[in-house]
Design a protein around this ligand. Sequence first.
Ligand SMILES: *Cc1c(COP(=O)(O)O)cnc(C)c1O
Length: 414
Amino acid sequence: MSRSSEGVETVRRIYMDNAATTPVDPQVVEAMLPYFTRYFGNASSLHIFGREAYDALENARLSIARLIGAEKDEIIFTAGGTESDNIAIKGIALRNRSRGKHIVTSPIEHPAVVETCSYLEMLGFRVTYVPVDRFGVVDLSELEKTVTRETVLVTIQHANNEIGTIQDIEAIGRIAKEKGIPFHTDAVQSVGKIPVDVKKANVDLLSIASHKFHGPKGVGALYVRKGVSLDPLVHGGGQEKGLRSSTENIPGIVGIGKAAEIACSRMIPDGQHVSAMRDRIIRRVLDQIPLSYLNGHPTQRLPNNVNFRFDGLEGESLVLSLDGKGVAASTGSACSSKKLRPSHVLMAIGLNEVQAHGSLRMTLGRENTDEEVSYVLGVLPEVVSKMRAISPLWQKKIEVEKWRGKVSVQPEAR
Ligand SMILES: *Cc1c(COP(=O)(O)O)cnc(C)c1O
């Protein structure tokens, strides 16, 4: 708690859920505003209003292309990360369905990919999930073995939204290229945070979402390498090379373009700032909180992601207690945190159901400060021990651990 000038107690608010969404950068808002009112034209119109909108559209396309090392005409705008994933996966599958009906993916994809692949299974496609190790890294030799002449698509994410693990997409791209199979990657969590180069990674299709890197919600982009053809999902006026008909959302597109420009210019310093905070949190928590573990890869992980597992605790109640202290965190993906099913990602890396329910994700952003981290590091151990004291799961755990002689900690009686 802190006191405002009126002496009223206000709960402080610390946002550490940047994997769910990020605040829009004020410069992005400023860039967007004129496109609602002054430059409101339809980019397909021939008159000056149309040309202004068209110029803004093409400018934004160039900014996205620059951010990922693509050509301008390889970018199409969409209504978000989910739509980009759907257009890429269904578009490739439908276009090539006479050639083969096999898709290769991983068991730790975002629901936008998982559910799209399940839908294609209903349509008669076969989907193979290449296993991951306990850090969430895809097994490359298994990947090589899985691919057949029937395979029409490999879709494997760049970075995981729950545990932050980064895949070696260059290696995956090389394997796909050797076998002549299109490679799609959901790069929604990585673009804008770590360098992404579609040429170096041999990526054919890559999904981007604006609101994960300080742009507006409801806008995304899809990179489609020159020469790769897909069936459209939405038919109509033929905008965005016929892949995404509908009058372009110019203000949103201006927003994602500006967000990309900003990300280009400050990705390196932001990455250093954010990863230093990440490492400080990881070190302190693992040091100070008994029976706490890091989920995800110790080094190959997003600069802003921490994900812990605390024995004897439920992530949901931990998130609520932290919320009470003004700290916004999550149990995992924003999309699954309201469901009671354990995270499919945590299950895939080998946790059991109880363990998978005891996880806490904190995803940092460029606005977070060292002072905020200090506050969080102050409240977290306290919250964990208070909750453990009243947790039957923890009492049981402590009995077992004492019996094994593994811990000397006593269940805190507070
Ligand atoms: C957020 C997210 C998505 C979905 O993006 P939306 O813009 O919310 O549709 C897809 N994939 C990953 C990895 C994400 O983190």
